[in-house]
Design a protein around this ligand. Sequence first.
Ligand code: CP
Ligand code: NVA
Length: 333
Amino acid sequence: MSQSFVGKSFITLLDFSKEEIYTLLSLSKRLKEEKQNGIKNRQLEGKNVVLLFEKDSTRTRCAFEVGAYDLGMQVTYLGPTGSQMGKKESIKDTARVLGRMYDGIEYRGFKQETVEILRDYSNVPVWNGLTDKYHPTQILADFLTIQEHLGHLEGVKFTYFGDARNNMGNSLMIGSAIMGLHFTGCAPKTLWPETELIEKCVELAANSGGSITFTEDPYMGSKDADVVYTDVWVSMGEPEEVWNERIKLLLPYQVNATAMKNTSSRSIFMHCLPAFHNLETSMGKSIYEKYQLEGLEVTEDVFESSKSVVFDEAENRLHTIKAVMYATLGGKI
Ligand code: CP
Ligand code: NVA
């Protein structure tokens, strides 16, 4: 089983089977337990990885850095400025240069096409740390968290509220379809994913025992849900001007006490973070001055409630990203 991961890139969950995703989740669990018990695992000692970030990050960057260090690797971070990539040097050439120096490449940025070019030309594993289209490493952390809190993935009633066609909406739908969750996208029709991707996921869900549903009705969306998931209403890279329209469209889909009351008795609240749930951020404050909303996609009471597992999710970014590097760089599974 371990052989199938070596040298492979992690670009979209569509490239992986249910069994492979289960293997990565149990590896994550094992690496988490090892770390908690102070057992060192430095099987990747001597390897070097480079992290390319065209967009900001807290969790993803730190998870790749700490994960790599834990495994004995060295890390280079290249931010939005300071390298030639995309400005004086094409992505294709950058891929061929970095592939000669590094054992693995992480990329966070705009176009999915960029991470695919890096994969196609670098000759080393490439890991997608978020593009406008997908955020696959986040889904591994989310699914590990669901396993920890609800005990299983198959049959879980999962509802995603908000911008259902952003990187998180797309990737959660794909992951649910592969793993057999009952996924509901609860959003205005204009923010549903592309029809082609929905059709692909409906097909995958038919094989896994899951299902894919969309509704514009927040009552139907929250009804008996086991997992209520949301994400920011405006994603990185989108222009400031869309806030106005997005708030109008998505306010009915805010995750608040009314929505949570309608969920199953064992329900949990999830968010990939960062989240707008109070006025403790500069962006949160400036949105408040314009729209008088203290919370946006989620209210403070839900975010801070006992149903909220957002910091477990955040921690699990480390263990799952470490598992992806470990498996694709030849660690013993
Ligand atoms: N969830 C997530 O990807 O967070 P960062 O933007 O902080 O990496
Ligand atoms: N949809 C969000 C996810 C952040 C982790 C964004 O792209 O900004």
